[in-house]
Each structure stands twice: as structure tokens, then as C-alpha cells.
Design a protein around this ligand. Structure first.
Ligand code: ZN
Length: 380
């Protein structure tokens, strides 16, 4: 992986060729401190690390490590994802996964803060306790902050694929073992396995216990209704939403989400190439509609992407205003305590101001507090 953090804005836009101008824009975006709010621990595993974990767990790989993440289709990807989930059976695996992801994301995209999804239920069948997973993740978070200055929060997540008894066990265990770093509850897995209402009671319990809430909703691989957003917001109490592209099928739901001040963690690199253009078009349209959009990577190692590339894909043309809205939306949507969030906002705003000066733009970046990542003038 290229160490972009060492690059400088060598190319001046006025005198540069189109190619070097594009390269300079990419370098500039990668250097801005960023927040990542939608990444799954399992999907962030380096292939070589997955191979090592699988060998330790006695699990056979379907192909050599260097080709593990070259999928033959969506279901092949799912098979690799499940294999990775089963291979993480010791606390040290979770610690290493977090540490390596933060190292990679900081090099590639100047990661400053990350909130990790993890699914305790993936290891229930193998008898790996929630606490074991949690202790490993917390050790990784502490090491990442020590070594890279990156803050890490955790979001245990319910996978819809599993039964109601498993979902209840996840919430029971999370609420019985509270840690400051575990700030919220998530919902992921196949969205067509029943409506969000199925999880109302569990999410209400989590909210009453002080957990923030988010849900994967209106992703683009299944024809789920835009109204699922309303259920997640009104019944489950979600304030953040992962993906959200299919909201665009219903303008009344888009208007509600805008009025709600909802944030969407959108991922410019989907699992399959066929959805590439659709995904990028949807993210641009969500921004144009004035929704609060932040950029994320979902399963970065498994999708062969990184946080820097997420911005390059979403903003191929230089647009400092759009970059500012996306970066600050990530800060505003994060679940750090107010003091650390405000400090991070100042740091990101200062970096954006410096970037504007270096790029040669006339207007300085605003460090004010009114922006919520809205992008009414977005031009994809
Ligand atoms: Zn996801």
C-alpha cells in the first residue's frame, strides 16, 4: 500500500497538466484527517492476516492468500466473509485486526477516528464469548490510539440473518458488560430477512440503556422499501443510517430524512463492479438532495479499497466545498463525547483551511458549527 501521508502538493493546479492536477487533488484529499463510521472488523482483515488466523483455527482456504479477495461472484464473497468471521477466535485476533486496520487507513487516508462494527454472534457457534471478543477489540483500540493517535469506538451489531434468540443474546450481553468505548448498537445482514420492526423492542432497550443506534438500511442489492428508513428512525430510534441509497426511490422519505437531520454512512466502493456506477450516482444524488452524507469503506480489505480511495471515487473532480462538507459531516455524525468531537472538528477544519490555501482557492474554509455536511450545490 502506498504511503500517501508522505506526499506533498507538488503540483500547482494552474500550471499542471490535467493528469498531475488530478493526482495532486487525490493527494490533497488523502491528507485531510478523516472519520470512518462504517467499517466491519471482519471485512477489514488483510488477506495475509486472514490466512494466518485460518491456519491457526484449522480452517482451509479455498485459494491462496494472494487471491482470496478476488471473487467469482457475490456468493463467493459471502463465503470468504463467513470464513474470516469464523477464523477470528482469540482475543489477540481482534486486537491485531483493529491495529492493522488503523495503520492501513491512516497511511492511505489520514484516518483520525473510527467506529468499528463487530458481530458477536459470528462466534457463538464456536463458543467464543462476547467478553473475549470485546477485550481483544479494546486492546486493539488502545494500541491504535497509542501508536497512531487515532481514536476508536465500537458498535456491536445484530446480523438479521440470525434468529431472534441470537439478536436478544447480543443485546443482553452488551448491556451486561458496559464499556465506555462501546457507544452504540448496529443492525446489518440481509435486509430482506424481515422488516426493521422485528428489532424494535431490542433497540428500544438499548436506547433506554444509553446506547446510540444505527442500522444498515436501504442498501442497493435488494428491493427493500424506502419506508424502512422511517421504521429505523421512528421505532428503532436510529440517528445514523448505513448506506441508504434506496431512499431515493421515495421523495417523501428523502424529505423526512433531511428534516430529521439524519446522517448516512455511504460507501463509494460496493462489493461487485456491476453496482459501481449506480452506487456513485446514488451517493451524488443523496448529496444533491441535501442529505447528511459521510463517506466510508464498509469492508475495505475485502473490497480492495481504502478511505482515501473512497473520497477519490466520490469526488474525482476538485471541489473543496464538497470535500469540506463530506469531511465535517463525518465529524458531526460521530459518537465521540462532545469535547473530543469538537477538538477533532477544529483539527479537520484547520486542515481544510490549509488545503484551500495550498490549492489556491480564494475562499477560506469555515470552521463554524452550522454545517451538517449538507451539499445542496453538489455537482457530481
Ligand atoms: Zn456495512
Amino acid at each position: 500500500m502506498t504511503d500517501h501521508s508522505r506526499n506533498t502538493f507538488a503540483a500547482q493546479p494552474g500550471a499542471a497538466s490535467a493528469g498531475s492536477r488530478a493526482a495532486a487533488w487525490g493527494v490533497l484529499m488523502r491528507r485531510i484527517p478523516k472519520v470512518e463510521l462504517h467499517v466491519h472488523v471482519v471485512g477489514s482483515l488483510r488477506a495475509s492476516t486472514l490466512a494466518a488466523f485460518a491456519a491457526e483455527a484449522g480452517l482451509a482456504l479455498p485459494r491462496p492468500a494472494h487471491a482470496l479477495y478476488q471473487y467469482r461472484g457475490f456468493y463467493d464473497f459471502i463465503e470468504i466473509f463467513r470464513l474470516a468471521a469464523r477464523s477470528m477466535c482469540r482475543a489477540a485476533h481482534f486486537e491485531r485486526a483493529v491495529h492493522e486496520y488503523v495503520q492501513d487507513a491512516q497511511r492511505a487516508g489520514a484516518l483520525a477516528h473510527v467506529e468499528f462494527f463487530f458481530n458477536p454472534s459470528y462466534l457463538y457457534a464456536q463458543g467464543v464469548p462476547y467478553r473475549t471478543q470485546l477485550e481483544g477489540l479494546l486492546a486493539g483500540a488502545r494500541a491504535a490510539e497509542r501508536d497512531f493517535g487515532v481514536t476508536v469506538l465500537l458498535i456491536p451489531s445484530i446480523d438479521r440473518e440470525f434468529g431472534d434468540d441470537v439478536a436478544q443474546r447480543v443485546v443482553d450481553e452488551v448491556l451486561a458488560d458496559r464499556r465506555d468505548e462501546v457507544v452504540g448498537l448496529g443492525l446489518d445482514g440481509p435486509e430482506d430477512r424481515g422488516p426493521p420492526e422485528r428489532f424494535t423492542e431490542l433497540f428500544q432497550r438499548a436506547g433506554a440503556a444509553g446506547l446510540r443506534r444505527t442500522a444498515h438500511v436501504c442498501e442497493d442489492y435488494a428491493p427493500t422499501p424506502a419506508a424502512n428508513y422511517l421504521a429505523c428512525h421512528d421505532l428503532l430510534g436510529c440517528e445514523r443510517f448505513d448506506h441508504g441509497y434506496r431512499l431515493l426511490t421515495d421523495p417523501t422519505v428523502v424529505a423526512r430524512a433531511r428534516a430529521d437531520g439524519a446522517f448516512f454512512t455511504c460507501c463509494p466502493k460496493p462489493s461487485t463492479r456491476e453496482r459501481d456506477a449506480l452506487r456513485l450516482g446514488a451517493i451524488a444524488a443523496m448529496c444533491t438532495a441535501g442529505l447528511g452524507v459521510t463517506l466510508a469503506t464498509d469492508d475495505p480489505a475485502m473490497f480492495a479499497t481504502d478511505l482515501g480511495e473512497a473520497y477519490e471515487r466520490a469526488l474525482p473532480e476538485p471541489d473543496l466545498d464538497a470535500l469540506e462538507r463530506l469531511c465535517l459531516a463525518g465529524v458531526d455524525a460521530c459518537w465521540l463525547d462532545a469535547g473530543r468531537r469538537d477538538a477533532l472538528r477544529l483539527r479537520v477544519a484547520a486542515a481544510l483551511t490549509q488545503a484551500r490555501a495550498e490549492w489556491g482557492a480564494a475562499a477560506p474554509a469555515s470552521a463554524g458549527g452550522e454545517a451538517r455536511g449538507r451539499n445542496p450545490s453538489w455537482k457530481p
